[in-house]
Design a protein around this ligand. Structure first.
Ligand code: NAP
Length: 334
């Protein structure tokens, strides 16, 4: 029986928020593996805000996905055929699966998962790239210290949930910002943050921040940019650090939001710095050891938000930009 590779291809470049209209489904026989290659049955495919820049009309930090190519994505799956040394049928691996059910991958670009460290779901969530992003953003860029007040936007998302918990593990006072009652309840009652702000509940985010952070903020982990970043700049303390992780609020904006409060940086000697998690590739083992330790100890958890079915990947991507996900968003395949 011929095994088929179901794929989702880029059909058109989105100008604003990407959605199903920008992709098309396709099916082909699985590409037989050459020397050094493996065929993988995808299980979880990561859905990430950066995908928008890989397919949009604007600048991207990596090569853009071509029209008619399978959508690029990281994923986890099980080896079903191997011509690569070190990979056996049945091994769980992570690599560049793309939006494909049975991709053929190079062994030297694919990593075997150590299931003694965490389950397949853990590797998709609290040991995955979003968690590494939170770790390096806070510990390296943010220079987080015990006793700091940590403010996290996008707090109920993939990166945000882990950032909040790394703050708790480091004995910080943690304040989260998220959109909507349900997400805020999760942050307050399940993750037990010190304070939570629902930015969709009222027009004055500045007043809400002053109430939640009466003594100011030492580290602001910024996932969203825009108006929330602007308001956060006002409540920073002397010597604060702003970790510019992402600016998802600007994804579909016709005009970029003009940040007004940058004047607060000088007098308070604030450092604001961007970063890309891939820059820390050589230190992933260090981060995973930390994350796995706290996962085992019960101090780290992560909601995986699974959208079932490869055909629903384009709709899942849109969810990131309308707040439809809580926790790390993945597409479940098979
Ligand atoms: N620097 C790096 O290397 C790196 C690596 C990975 C991710 N990132 C960045 O980290 C951020 C979080 O990524 P993620 O994968 O964990 O996504 P996520 O937080 O799981 O999902 C995106 C969330 O953003 C929020 N959002 C969407 N539009 C918004 C708006 N206009 N204003 C405020 N919030 C808005 C929504 O939550 P609400 O319902 O709460 O609004 C949505 O659920 C993104 O900015 C991403 O680009 C950076």
């Amino acid at each position: 029986m011929t095994v088929l590779n179901h794929r989702i291809l880029l059909a058109e470049r989105p100008v604003g928020i990407p959605g199903p209209e920008h992709f098309r489904a396709d099916v082909e026989p699985v590409c037989p593996p050459g020397p050094g290659e493996i065929v993988v049955a995808s299980r979880y495919i990561s859905i990430d805000p950066a995908m928008r820049s890989w397919i949009g009309v604007g600048p991207s930090y990596v090569r853009q996905v071509g029209i008619g190519e399978p959508m690029r994505a990281g994923g986890i799956g099980q080896v079903v055929e191997s011509r690569a040394t070190g990979f056996e049928v049945g091994d769980w691996v992570q690599g560049r699966t793309g939006w494909q059910s049975h991709p053929t991958l190079r062994g030297d670009q694919t990593q075997k998962l150590d299931l003694s460290v965490g389950s397949v779901e853990d590797w998709a969530g609290p040991l995955g790239t979003s968690a590494l992003t939170a770790y390096f953003g806070l510990m390296d860029v943010g220079e987080l210290r015990p006793g700091d007040t940590l403010l996290v936007s996008g707090a109920a998302g993939g990166v945000g949930q882990i950032a909040c918990q790394i703050g708790q593990i480091n004995a910080c006072r943690v304040v989260g910002i998220a959109g909507g009652t349900e997400k805020c309840r999760y942050l307050a009652e399940t993750l037990k943050l010190d304070a939570v702000i629902d930015y969709k509940a009222g027009p004055d985010i500045g007043a809400a921040l002053r109430r939640a952070c009466p003594d100011g903020v030492d580290v602001y982990f910024d996932n969203v940019g825009g108006e929330i970043l602007d308001a956060a700049l006002i409540v920073l303390r002397m010597g604060a650090r702003v970790v510019s992780c992402g600016r998802i609020s600007q994804a579909g904006a016709k005009e970029p939001y003009g940040v007004k409060n940058l004047g607060a940086l000088g007098g308070k000697r604030v450092r604001m710095q961007g970063f890309l998690v891939f820059d820390y590739h050589d230190r992933y083992t260090e981060a995973r050891a930390f994350l796995a330790h706290h996962l085992r100890g019960g101090r780290l958890r992560q909601k995986l938000h699974v959208v079932k079915g490869l055909d629903r990947a384009p709709g899942a991507l849109a969810m990131l930009f309308n707040g439809g996900n809580t926790g790390k968003l993945v597409v479940g395949v098979g």
